[in-house]
Design a protein around this ligand. Structure first.
Ligand code: FMN
Length: 172
């Protein structure tokens, strides 16, 4: 199975990196980082990554099975909703949609405007597109940011069908 993780320029870009690093070795993994995500990573995490503009994931024939965009900025969300494919992340999203492969979007903004919500509703109506924002639950009693991050990544992996024991499930 091939898994693609895309990081766009919303707050919490490091969450996308953590998700990427936790994908089990049985999966082939690929990473795309937007220009704005680099800025966010520099401001929030002091990390700088190079772009890969000639990646094979831009083609449907490469056969990515699961695409995550974590976090997904409102800019990237809007472009995906409108069918724009002007960079590797938006192109990969269009590929996932046209190939009917799983596309998991984690939009991050607060508050959400009517425009943001309309884009999310439109996309969630498309087969295999899942809107899964970085919203955590209190029911598993997180004590640290790491607890919250593992809960979120565990939920995203569950949606993708990637087995994990990253968080305590309700009733456990
Ligand atoms: C520190 C920082 C935090 C940001 N947080 C968010 C955010 O949470 N959500 C969002 O939609 N945009 C956020 N932005 C704005 C986006 O980076 C900006 O809209 C950018 O054009 C997105 O480009 P991309 O979609 O190509 O990554 C943030 C920008 C900076 C510098």
């Amino acid at each position: 199975m091939k898994v693609l993780v895309c990081i766009s320029g919303a707050s919490g870009a490091s969450l996308g990196l953590k998700l990427y690093s936790l994908i089990p070795p049985s999966y082939q993994r690929f990473l795309v980082v937007s220009e704005s995500a680099k800025v966010v990573l520099q401001k929030e995490e002091n990390i700088f990554l190079n772009d890969d503009i000639s990646a094979p994931v831009a083609s449907g024939s490469f056969g990515v099975d699961i695409t995550f965009i974590v976090p997904c900025s409102m800019n990237t969300l809007a472009k995906i909703s409108l069918g724009i494919a002007d960079n590797l992340i938006t192109r990969s999203a269009q590929v996932a949609i046209k190939e009917k492969k799983k596309l998991i979007l984690a939009p991050r903004e607060m508050p959400l405007s009517q425009i943001h919500l309309e884009h999310m509703l439109k996309l969630s109506r498309i087969q295999n597109v899942i809107i899964a924002p970085p919203i955590f639950g209190y029911y598993n009693k997180p004590k640290t940011i790491k607890d919250i991050e593992m809960f979120l990544i565990g939920k995203w992996f569950d949606l993708a069908g990637i087995k994990n024991d990253f968080f305590k499930r309700w009733g456990e």
